[in-house]
Design a protein around this ligand. Structure first.
Ligand code: HEC
Ligand code: HEC
Length: 245
């Protein structure tokens, strides 16, 4: 049985959501929205140039994954702007790559370049807005219902704390995503949940209803902690099959 959303709203569940996703700023790319560690304009311009040099051929000029070689990549990169990617996580991905995917580790690049590229990447996120009318229930009810969906269907891969370290995680490469360093937007999550990620263990979920997808997205978004915990760091100790540049 699919968990249903009909449950009564509970008064518990302190919201870990960094507010109801209500980022109203239309700040241009490369400018800072809500974090305190603002990146000086100069280095984000530098980051943009480096992104164009090193990343655009696979990720597309604006990071949306629409590059010419997209079809040849394993897996096809998701739209980076549909995730809030923490600076620390992006840097960690650049150091280690994503083993088992075509995302390479950048061992030869100077650390300064990687830092600017990571900062640039963490600024690509599109503002996430979900109006009250688009919500199926109040946020705390969604988080609670989302936890039930998650525990039933997602935990075995993505892990109890969303770090990508569930009991089945080790079977798969690339490893299940960690939500600690990458927080999906509602649109981005919906796309992935409905379609899966071809060429990876991430399946599509045709039986989840739109309210369940929204609920599990609310829940998954609570795992984001701006930190470095990641699938790559657990994977880095075992076989590394990621391509090197
Ligand atoms: C050779 C192609 C290629 C290049 C060059 C490349 N990437 Fe990637 N990247 C990928 C692929 C493929 C994925 C998808 C990996 C996955 O979903 O398992 C990815 C995923 C990512 C992710 C998400 C990681 C995750 O855990 O899902 C980030 C962040 C990223 N790339 C940043 C960059 C940056 C910044 C650069 C430039 C320094 C770059 N990439 C260059 C192919 C590339
Ligand atoms: C069999 C293992 C498995 C199960 C079960 C699973 N996933 Fe995944 N998931 C993965 C893998 C592997 C990836 C990484 C795909 C890639 O490399 O691009 C992933 C990626 C994702 C992503 C995109 C990456 C990100 O950082 O946000 C989302 C969102 C996601 N999963 C949500 C879910 C949800 C919600 C469920 C439960 C309904 C679920 N997954 C169940 C294996 C799984």
């Amino acid at each position: 049985m699919m968990p249903s959303l009909g449950a009564p709203i509970s008064a518990l569940a302190p919201l870990v959501l960094d507010a109801v996703p209500q980022r109203t700023s239309n700040a241009p790319k490369g400018s800072k929205e809500s974090n305190s560690s603002a990146v000086p304009a100069a280095s984000s311009t530098r980051g943009a140039k480096l992104f164009e040099r090193d990343c655009a051929r696979c990720h597309g000029a604006n990071g949306d994954g629409n590059s010419q070689i997209r079809g040849t990549l394993h897996p096809q990169p998701l739209d980076l702007a549909s995730f809030q990617i923490s600076n620390a996580y992006a840097l960690q991905v650049l150091h280690n790559g994503v083993p088992g995917s075509d995302m390479p580790a950048w061992h030869v690049s100077p650390e300064k370049d990687l830092r600017d590229e990571a900062a640039y990447t963490s600024h690509l996120a599109k503002p996430v807005v979900l109006s009250e009318q688009d919500r199926y229930a109040p946020p705390d009810a969604l988080v609670e219902a989302g936890k039930r969906v998650y525990d039933a269907h997602c935990e075995r891969c993505h892990g109890m704390s969303g770090n990508g370290d569930g009991p089945d995680a080790r079977k798969y490469r690339p490893r299940p995503a960690s939500f600690a360093g990458m927080r999906p937007s509602f649109e981005g999550a919906q796309h992935v949940i409905q379609n899966g990620v071809a060429g990876t263990a991430m399946p599509s979920w045709p039986l989840l209803t739109p309210p369940e997808i929204q609920a599990v997205t609310f829940y998954v978004r609570t795992f984001y902690n701006d930190g470095t915990a990641s699938r790559s760091s657990t994977a880095a100790t075992s076989a590394r099959t990621g391509a090197q540049p």
